[in-house]
Design a protein around this ligand. Structure first.
Ligand SMILES: NC(=O)c1ccc[n+]([C@@H]2O[C@H](COP(=O)([O-])OP(=O)(O)OC[C@H]3O[C@@H](n4cnc5c(N)ncnc54)[C@H](OP(=O)(O)O)[C@@H]3O)[C@@H](O)[C@H]2O)c1
Length: 226
């Protein structure tokens, strides 16, 4: 079945690869990017199932305009993939300055607002899905070793996944978190052991597999501990 899927942060990195894999599988992708001028470079060729849209997840007006666009064009959203994310310098809690916690603007508050705004459209789908791109760095059993503010933002995102799952448990909407592993992107750097294709696979699976669970944390299509 051809699904209508919104992905944030698609001009580069894992979000770009997720979009390419979804298009290859025949889905319609609304590709959010902070600057749509990037889209020509990000996606080669023309694809009538690709809709590049302006989306800064920290910008409420972008989110509102996008929801109207999806409503008018499709009247539903099958899947929201919350991929946009930022990381900052390595630091312990003791070294962390308040400014570093601005990662929450994107990694938590932006994803929360986008998810909330898209709920009516996800309700219009046969089975709505939210896929939150989290990180093993935000797992409860790994809350040490620097990147304190980033870890805590992903920990909070995992909490959002569980809260939304529990609130929506009797609805048609499934909500999951996934970790792509350490991936060769601008964020992950050149030393990362995983290719960008590997990093995208589990998100694509959670978006498109015919039967999936809800309220879980996955890596490599396998459940992992919170
Ligand atoms: N790479 C890894 O090893 C790794 C590991 C675990 C989890 N993750 C997670 O995977 C996701 C993708 O990471 P990546 O490695 O692909 O990172 P990346 O290469 O740095 O790409 C990040 C993407 O997010 C976009 N973005 C950042 N802030 C945004 C905002 N406010 N609104 C909309 N888009 C925004 C960026 O857009 P611009 O180009 O405009 O900046 C870019 O498209 C993130 O959530 C990250 O935390 C990555």
């Amino acid at each position: 079945m051809n699904k209508v899927i919104l992905v944030s942060g698609t001009n580069r990195g894992i979000g770009n690869e997720i979009t390419k894999q979804l298009l290859k599988e025949g889905h319609t992708v609304i590709a959010g990017m902070r600057n749509t001028a990037y889209s020509k470079k990000a996606f080669e060729g023309i694809n009538d199932r690709l809709f590049p849209v302006k989306l800064d997840v920290t910008n409420s007006e972008d989110i509102r305009v996008l929801s109207v666009f999806i409503q008018d064009k499709f009247n539903k959203l099958d899947v929201l993939i919350n991929n946009a994310g930022v990381m900052n310098h390595i630091s312990t809690i003791e070294e962390t300055k308040a400014e570093a916690f601005r990662v929450f603007d994107t990694n938590f508050f932006g994803l929360w607002e986008l998810s909330n705004t898209m709920l009516p459209l996800l309700r219009n789908a046969d089975e709505g899905r939210i896929v939150n791109i989290s990180s093993g760095l935000g797992a409860r059993n790994d809350m040490v070793g620097g990147y304190a503010s980033y870890r805590l933002s992903k920990y909070a995102l995992n909490g959002l996944t569980l809260q939304m799952h529990n609130e929506l448990v009797h609805s048609n909407i499934k909500v999951n978190s996934m970790c792509p592993g350490w991936v060769q992107t601008d964020m992950g750097g050149d030393n990362a052991p995983r290719s960008i294709q590997q990093g995208a696979e589990t998100a694509v699976w959670l978006a498109t597999e015919s039967k999936i669970e809800s309220g879980k944390f996955f890596r490599d299509k396998t459940e992992i501990p919170w």
